[in-house]
Every structure is written in C-alpha cells, then in structure tokens.
Design a protein around this ligand. Structure first.
Ligand code: HEC
Ligand code: HEC
Length: 473
C-alpha cells in the first residue's frame, strides 16, 4: 500500500492543514497592485491565442509545436492573468488566493507565486560546459527550485542543532527532453496493469502478479467483493503509472502542466475553472485555453530525447553488476510508435478521447524503431522506490522517502542532482542512495577507485540532445 501524493492540486499540494484560525485574522485585504484599468497601452504577452480546434485540425504539427514552444517561453503579465486574486483567508496555500510578499503584491518564492514563465526554471541544456548552454524545456539550477507546501521554514535554527527545518518540499526542475517516449511507455504500462486488475476480478481469491514491461509492481487480489491493493508496490493503488514529477504525481505532461501554470504563475486553465470564469478574481478570464495546454503538451512530448555519446563498456557493465540497472533500467521498449494525446484525459484509460497523434519515430523526437515500437533509453523503471531516511522529504504531514526512479538519460549535463539539487557531483548523488538502493550504493562505495572512475565515465556518456528545438527558431 502506498500513499497517494497530493489531492486536488496533485503535482504540488502538501495537503491543506487546519485553517480555521487564520480566517479570524484575515479581515484586511491589501490592494497595492495597480488595477488593470489603470494600464492603457499595455498588452498581454500571450498572443495570438490557440484554440483546441486549431490544434486538432487547423495547424500543421510544426506550427502546434511552435505555439507550445512560445507558450512555454511566454512571460505572463497581469493582463494575461499573472498572479492570484485577492488573498483567500480560508485557503492561503492553494493557487488563487495565496498571500503575496507584502508591498510587492506579487511574488513569494516560497509556496508560489514564483515566476512569470516556465522558461525561468526549465532552461538548461547542459551544465557540463562553462558557461552553461540553454534550451527551452531544459532543466533548472538550485536557484530555480520550487518550494511547494513550505509554511514554516526555520532558517535561524530555533532548535539550535545545526539543521534549518523545513515543513514542505524543496525540488529542483528536471528537463522535458524525450518525455513523449516516457509518456507512451507509461500509458502502455497502465493498460497492462489495468488488464491484470480486470483479470484478478474475474478470479476471486487468486492473487495476480502485477508486471509491465518486465517491471514488477507487487500483486493484487479480488477478495470479499473488492480489490485488495495492499500488495501493490511502487505505483498508486489505481494502477495508473505516473512517471512525471519526482514523486510520480502525474500520468501525463498535460496533468503536470495544468498544476504548474497555477502554482508558479497563477495562470488558471479554462479546463480547471471553466470558460468565461475569473475564478481568482484578478480581472482576467480564459487565462489559458484548452488548445493552449494542448499545444504545450504537443511541444513537450515532441522534444528530442537525450542520447548516448561515446562508449564506456567497462562502466556500463559495472552499472549492471552492482545493481544500478535494477531501477535505472537502461532501455524500455514501446509496443507502438504513436503517442496519443487525450482531452479530457482519463488516466485509467489512455485510449479515451484521443484528439492528437505523434509518431515518435519521426523527427524531431526520432526514437529508434524496434519491431513495431520504439526504444526509449531512459535508464529508469517508471516505478517509485523507498530511498531511505537520508532522502525523505515533507509531503503534508508525513516524511516521505519514495521517489520515481530518476531517469539517467542526459545525466552528464544536468548537475546538480537529486530531487533538491543537493548533490553537485555524480558521486555525491550515488552516495546519498539508501533504502531499497542501499546494497547497490554500498557496492559502489566499496569499489576500487579505478572502477568507480569507469562507472562515472559511463554516466558521462549520457548526454542531453545536441540542439533541441532547432527547427523552431
Ligand atoms: C519556479 C521554478 C519552476 C517553474 C517556473 C516551472 N517549473 Fe516545472 N518543474 C519545477 C520543479 C521544481 C519540478 C519538479 C517537480 C516535482 O518533482 O514534482 C518541475 C517539473 C516539471 C515537469 C515534470 C517533468 C518530469 O519529467 O517529471 C513538467 C512537465 C514541468 N515542470 C512543466 C512546467 C511548465 C509547463 C511550466 C510553466 C507553466 C513550469 N514547469 C514552470 C520547477 C518549475
Ligand atoms: C532502488 C532503486 C535504485 C537503485 C538500485 C539505484 N538508484 Fe539511482 N536513483 C533512484 C531514485 C529513486 C533516484 C532519485 C532520488 C532523488 O531524487 O532524491 C535516483 C537518483 C540517481 C541519480 C541522480 C540523478 C539526477 O538526475 O538527479 C544518479 C546519478 C543515480 N541515481 C545513479 C545510480 C547509480 C550509479 C546506482 C548504482 C550504484 C543507482 N543509482 C542505484 C533509484 C535507484
């Protein structure tokens, strides 16, 4: 049995604590920000607008990608709907009514609102060169980290023990390169797991082993009129594989993006608040159209995948021998080549409501064909693992040591490492492993220097794509 991360605001929600006390104090509403009507001559930055109809039939694939590329890089302003509305004393943590930073009236880096554009945090192509190289859809540095759920940072160490306690998460942004392949694998695995659950239901009392693409997710049994999920491992009890987010919050890039827009920028998607509705009371309706999230989804899932450059056979062999490859599975293969995008999404049934199809074997993604599918060299198993107390973090009231296996493709270019960017080197990242990875970590720690160097040399062959988005500029 495993805890589901988050509730309504899944990607980031820390779970809302008791708020009754706050309501009493919150009579004053500061209105320091200039009203929209006071800004003649200013324009929103999100232009032209993209509708779902345009994505489905009006635009060529390249134009949809270009629209998504532009939306990803658009710095929203208040005319676009940047920001939350007036503070909502009954819920000061969810987007829509969060407090702002005093007189600044806008950004509070802790717990969002934290930025104007996705690009601010997702812009790094490689930190392996000096200076770094940049690309839209890339990773982020430590200063780009997000702090969901932090309500009580103890920066002056009130317990005087050398640790500044923090009550929420601190997470470092990963890149979106190759995410079409990841989303396709996850959808196929979800379909396999759902079918196994259906099989269990037709044979009450007989446990069914849950396995998809060679990855084991425990077992399930139908007993006393319901599915017993207490044997399920590494995936949510609804058997939907959620590869995105470091905790594995989201089945698709779209599901993640819907939350990211609200959390980081206070931009409210129509598919969340409804058409013609100004839910945060900031004076702007239709802040992000269904078609605009679709274009963003198409752009991100079409991005070029990371690639291996050079060979390091000795290190690759050691990677398998000491158990790294048990979680960081070098390659998973898809059954098909077509990634389908749906709206509305039904995560238990990825075949529902399909409006768009991307052939992942074609440019720009161009995954290698194998059989009728493609090879996705992701170095992960799309499963959550217990990484031990050293890496656990606060999610709501609990300390949670579970993470999706980090995909190691591109790892040579994406220092710093781990969910909060604490590891500036690959060696530190490996030495922080505990829990289910303890044995493998200890084998690494005990290897002769020469073998450790071989292993690192191998990891340094795993590179981000050379020139992502090159046809969009
Ligand atoms: C303030 C920095 C910041 C901004 C701005 C930001 N992100 Fe992120 N992004 C993150 C962090 C941190 C994570 C890791 C989240 C987690 O682990 O749950 C992340 C993760 C993601 C992921 C999941 C990637 C994966 O492979 O797991 C997607 C997709 C994503 N962001 C899209 C966006 C989009 C779209 C926007 C703009 C609406 C955006 N982000 C804006 C920091 C940011
Ligand atoms: C039990 C599963 C498991 C095993 C075994 C394992 N890892 Fe990991 N690895 C993970 C998870 C989960 C993370 C993400 C942890 C986090 O973000 O805090 C991770 C993160 C990493 C990272 C950081 C990647 C990044 O982008 O931040 C590196 C590097 C890494 N592992 C290498 C290795 C090597 C080398 C081995 C073998 C010695 C190994 N791992 C064994 C599960 C595993």
């Amino acid at each position: 049995m495993e805890m589901r991360v988050g509730r309504s605001f899944r990607a980031y929600s820390p779970g809302i604590g008791p708020l009754a006390a706050i309501a009493a104090v919150a009579a004053i509403v500061l209105t320091a920000r200039p009203a929209l009507a006071q800004m003649p001559g200013e324009q929103p930055n999100l232009r032209p607008r993209i509708t779902q109809e345009m994505v489905r039939s009006g635009l060529k694939h390249k134009d949809v990608r270009a629209a998504g590329h532009r939306i990803f890089a658009t710095p929203f302003n208040v005319l676009d709907g940047l920001g939350d509305g007036p503070m909502n004393p009954s819920d000061t943590e969810s987007p829509g009514g969060r407090p702002t930073l005093g007189a600044n009236g806008m950004f509070l880096r802790m717990n969002g609102l934290d930025s104007q554009t996705c690009l601010e945090c997702h812009s790094i192509l490689s930190t392996a060169t000096i200076p770094a190289r940049f690309a839209v859809g890339g990773a982020g540095n430590v200063s780009d980290s997000a702090f969901p759920g932090v309500v009580d940072p103890d920066i002056n160490d009130s317990e005087n023990n050398g640790f500044a306690a923090i009550s929420g998460r601190m997470i470092n942004p990963p890149f979106s390169f190759g995410s079409g392949g990841v989303e396709l694998l996850a959808k196929e695995m979800t379909q396999v797991l759902q079918a196994l659950a259906a099989q269990a239901q037709t044979n009450p009392g007989a446990p069914v082993a849950l396995e998809a693409k060679g990855v084991a997710f425990g077992s399930i049994v139908f007993a006393n009129g319901s599915l017993d999920t207490s044997g399920v491992e590494g995936v949510d009890d609804d058997l939907v594989v959620r590869p995105f987010g470091r905790k594995g919050c989201c089945a698709t890039i779209r599901a993640f993006d819907v939350d990211a827009m609200q959390f980081h920028h206070g931009i409210q998607p129509v598919e969340v608040v409804g058409e013609g509705v100004d839910a945060d009371g900031d004076g702007v309706e239709n802040e992000l159209l269904v078609g605009e999230l679709s274009a963003l989804h198409v752009f991100q899932t079409s991005l070029e995948p990371p690639q291996q450059r050079g060979r390091a056979p000795r290190g690759a062999e050691l990677f398998g021998l000491i158990g790294c490859a048990e979680c960081h599975v070098p390659e998973l293969r898809s059954e098909g080549r077509l990634l389908t995008l749906s709206f509305p999404e039904v995560h238990e049934d990825p075949s529902a409501n399909v409006y768009y199809t991307i052939d992942l074997s074609r440019p720009p993604a161009r995954f290698a064909k194998v059989g009728r599918g493609v090879s996705v060299p992701l170095f992960a198993d799309l499963k959550r693992h217990d990484m031990g107390p050293g890496l656990e973090e606060h999610t709501g009231d609990a300390l949670d040591p579970f993470y999706q296996t980090a995909r190691l493709w591109g790892v040579a270019d994406t220092a710093p490492y781990l969910h909060d960017g604490r590891a500036a080197t690959l060696s530190e990242a490996i030495l922080w492993h505990g829990g289910e990875a303890q044995a493998s970590r200890d084998l690494f720690a005990g290897m002769p220097d020469e073998e450790r160097t071989d292993l690192l040399t191998f990891l340094r062959t795993l590179r981000t794509p050379r020139r992502p988005n090159r046809d969009l500029r």
